[in-house]
Design a protein around this ligand. Structure first.
Ligand code: HGY
Ligand code: MN
Ligand code: MN
Ligand code: MN
Length: 434
């Protein structure tokens, strides 16, 4: 059916409504108010997450968008296009938030995407292609130890059986709880294989997100266009020593797991800094963000420590060479301290590259609004990293005040959120009309 591209009517982004909704979503959290900013914790499949999901569904229902959820809770809000058989254009992000985080990471992409669709619809646009807003499950690794769980399953890069067996890492989790049991309790059933969307399912994907770094603000740029996303990897280390009485167990007899773990952490830092010194860049980053000590009593020598390592690089080979150097040190540490150090692989992903056509559509939207945007690498990973496996993608970044994120003082201004949403709307309208 030959159809001409619809003319884009003038539309308005409702900045006040968007701010109100971001503030309302930020109340769906389980953390005490923070001295600075708004502390948010919203771990996947907790009551806060369910409250947020139900609230978003209500907003989508009000707009007449159809809603469906897949077997892991990825939720698709769809605005049917003139030709529903054509591959849709999609936008989306996440509403789960790590402990004691900020209120903008992920939520700007979900509420901004919703606002973009509402504004275009209110203005009378009839898109040729359907437009979908996708709420992706568990972008953060907090609960199941691996990030972008929902988008990995959509892209088919995470084995369904392995995913369902991922342990529930929440404090006080039921013994033996896994993604399979937790998602069933959350009401998401069916085989995880059914989450898979084939390449070509979407004609394009655009994610609006806060930069989570300092560059846009530092350079006075209003927006960023992400051309590639750095490659994340995750490992878990379990260090087993021998515990004992903090008073009676004498130093020569100790096999202290926490002292050994400390050497592992410093080895990771040392080799990461060496990689950057050798490359003359800061493109390699490594973080040990969790350290569980057993038995965790002040007067008991630690017998077991579990570390989670997050290591990222724009160059996966360089990332791997850092890991090789750390492994060599680990052999020495375990021998010298008579402890065992077990490494568990979690993930090691390739960098993602944005689709030229999507980048161009964002550039044209910026030009139409006389906005100059900065092309840049994202050092944070995003669901777009995995949506890139099945569709051409790109991301729109808005500035983060002081480059801060994953902290209660994370902040982006209402103006920049509205501007990012406007460019997203223009981009979606353009992509959905061809
Ligand atoms: O860690 C990240 O890069 C993302 O914010 N989850
Ligand atoms: Mn995050
Ligand atoms: Mn995010
Ligand atoms: Mn992300």
């Amino acid at each position: 059916m030959a159809t001409t591209a619809p003319v884009l009517p003038a539309f308005e982004i409702d900045e006040a409504r968007l701010s109100r909704e971001l503030a309302e979503l930020a109340t769906m959290t389980s953390v005490e108010p923070s001295a600075v900013g708004t502390a948010v914790t919203r771990v996947v499949f907790t009551s806060d997450d369910h409250t947020a999901r139900a609230w978003l569904k209500g907003l989508a229902d009000e707009e007449g968008f159809s809603v469906r959820a897949d077997a892991v809770g990825n939720t698709f809000f769809r605005w049917e296009g003139a030709d529903p058989k054509l591959a849709a254009i999609a936008s989306g992000s996440h509403v789960d938030a790590i402990p004691h985080a900020g209120m903008y990471d992920g939520t700007v992409g979900v509420l901004g995407g919703l606002e973009a669709m509402r504004a275009l619809k209110a203005a009378g646009l009839k898109p040729l292609r359907s437009i979908e807003l996708v709420l992706l499950t568990s972008e953060e690794p907090t609960r199941f130890g691996i990030g972008c769980l929902g988008s990995r399953l959509i892209a088919g890069v995470l084995d369904a059986a392995r995913a369902d067996s991922l342990p529930d890492l929440m404090p006080k989790a039921e013994v033996g709880a896994t993604l399979a049991t937790v998602r069933a309790e959350a009401g998401f059933c069916g085989p995880l294989e059914s989450c898979r969307l084939e390449a070509g399912h979407y004609a394009g994907w655009v994610e609006l997100h806060i930069e989570q770094g300092p560059l846009l603000e530092r350079e006075g740029m209003p927006l960023g266009i992400v051309t590639s996303i750095a490659a994340p990897a995750g490992y878990r280390f379990t260090i087993e020593g021998v515990g004992g009485h903090a008073g009676a167990l004498l130093m020569p007899d100790r096999r202290d797991a926490l002292c050994a773990a400390s050497e592992v952490i410093l080895s990771i830092e040392r080799h990461t800094l060496a990689a950057n010194a050798a490359s003359g860049t800061n493109d390699t980053v490594a973080t040990v963000g969790t350290c569980d000590v057993h038995p965790g009593a002040v007067n008991s020598v630690p017998s077991r420590v579990t570390l989670q390592l997050d290591i990222r690089d724009t160059d996966p080979e360089r990332r791997e060479s850092v890991m090789q150097s750390v492994r060599a040190d680990i052999d020495g540490i375990s021998e010298r301290r008579a402890v065992t150090i077990k490494e568990e692989f979690v993930n090691a992903d390739a960098p993602a590259t944005s689709g030229a056509g999507i980048v161009q559509a964002i550039e044209e939207a910026c030009a139409a609004e006389k906005i100059v945007a900065k092309k840049m690498v994202s050092r944070a990973y995003h669901d777009s990293s995995f949506m890139a496996r099945i569709a051409p993608v790109a991301m729109i970044f808005i500035p983060s005040r002081n480059g801060v994120s994953h902290r209660p003082d994370e902040y982006s201004s209402p103006e920049s959120i509205a501007l990012g949403t406007r460019i997203l709307a223009l981009t979606l309208a353009k992509l959905a009309s061809a």
